[in-house]
Design a protein around this ligand. Structure first.
Ligand SMILES: Cc1ncc(COP(=O)(O)O)c(C=O)c1O
Length: 381
């Protein structure tokens, strides 16, 4: 089947221009200071088995869409943990433990962040307690257990698991490592975002092309803000920043639209599990409210096809294992290119060098296999 006919009906659902856009390196680096960003790179780049994750050219896709280059940062290769989150929680554990082997860490998490904290504790020989709510898949829970963490299953949603984590941590004197910042909890989330900024440090030396557009998936906004801070720190030219969210969980879009952090109600959980969040983290809000050019949302519909097309080398010469939160990057780019007025507005053309973040691989292998087979069936390939 011709790629053009497969992709022609892909569409985004919502699109918003940020009227308050104002990119200030100084302001961004006030919220996530250069010293914290630099220390994260200095530390993580010396870890055992550290190497830059691949920056893969989606050459077939850029030809199809008539764009200069499309780069895909493949985080499925990150430290064997298969997601960019390995850079965040594990780094925060390293900093706060200060080489004290007696410290016990804890976290409430829906998945990848918990794995990162558990792995960070294991690396240092620390005990670790992870609190998860009941809708987290068995596969994800097992992968946290396999890293040696004590997993506590909590009834209800993420907020219930966080409450229980706080209660037990205060009682037992465990150090909480969350990736979500609030008014009185900033430093540890800053460390996690500084870890994520490594993706941009690496990109800055993996290509000599100036990146013109970055598409960024968002849950609470930590990854997007970490990348934006990386741009402020490492890139000479500032690309356009486009935030991607699931239709059912667009808390960044809603917050930017309202000019204030806005909590939303999730009516139905998206397949894009890591992005299914109802409220932004505070520091990401402060960074993204100014630095975001555009927000968009997509449905779950095309995730299986995108997963399969990436694996079957329809977009590149290399096979790419892209999980449910990675697929939205190509879906958004393709959909924007299909919608001529939006493509023009964003300024995507033959001179564009687009960066997509392949934030996870087959972390949940059951779900990945299901999506892949569904995609194959629908595409009849
Ligand atoms: C694979 C993946 N992608 C994207 C996100 C969204 O990141 P954030 O919540 O920092 O915006 C997450 C969050 O868990 C994730 O696990």
């Amino acid at each position: 089947m011709r790629l053009q006919s497969i992709l022609k009906n892909w569409k985004i659902s919502k699109f918003l221009t940020n009227k308050g856009y104002f990119f200030s390196r100084k302001k961004i680096l006030k919220h996530l200071p250069k010293s914290i960003i630099d220390k994260a790179y200095y530390s993580i780049s010396k870890w055992n088995r550290y190497y830059k994750t691949p920056l893969i050219k989606l050459n077939k896709l850029s030809n199809e869409l008539n764009l200069g280059n499309v780069f895909y940062k493949d985080e499925s290769k990150r430290f064997g943990l298969k997601s960019f989150k390995a850079l965040g929680g594990a780094y925060a554990v390293k900093v706060i433990s200060k080489n004290n082997k007696k410290i016990i860490v804890s976290s409430a998490t829906a998945g990848n962040h918990g794995r990162s904290v558990a792995w960070g504790a294991k690396r240092l020989g620390l005990k670790c307690n992870i609190f998860v709510c009941q809708n987290v898949s068995k596969n994800r829970v097992n992968s946290i257990r396999e890293l040696g963490a004590n997993v506590h299953l909590v009834k209800g949603n993420y907020e219930n698991s966080l409450k229980e984590c706080k209660k037990q941590s205060i009682k037992n004197n465990w150090k909480i490592v969350q990736d979500v910042s609030t008014k009185n909890y900033k430093y540890i989330p800053q460390l996690t975002m500084a870890g994520y900024s490594l993706m941009i440090k690496e990109t800055s030396v993996q290509t000599n092309k100036y990146i013109t557009h970055i598409f960024l998936q968002a849950g609470v906004g930590g990854m997007a803000a970490g990348v934006v801070a990386g741009v402020a720190r490492y890139f000479k030219r500032i690309p356009k920043i486009i935030i991607i969210e699931p239709d059912n969980a667009a808390c960044v879009l809603k917050s930017i639209q309202n000019g204030k952090m806005t909590k939303i109600i999730i009516k139905k959980e998206s397949i894009m599990g890591g992005m299914s969040c109802n409220e932004m983290s505070l520091i990401p809000w402060k960074i993204l409210k100014d630095a975001t050019n555009y927000c968009l949302t997509i449905s779950d519909n095309k995730i299986p096809e995108a997963v399969t097309l990436l694996a079957k080398k329809f977009f590149s010469d290399k096979k790419i294992i892209a999980g449910e939160c990675s697929a939205p990057s190509v879906i958004s780019l393709i959909s924007v290119c299909n919608q001529k007025n939006i493509r023009k507005k964003i300024g995507l053309d033959k001179s564009s060098n687009v960066l997509l973040i392949g934030c996870e691989g087959n972390v949940d292998s059951n779900l990945y296999n299901k999506l892949y087979s569904r995609g194959k069936k629908r595409l009849k390939i």
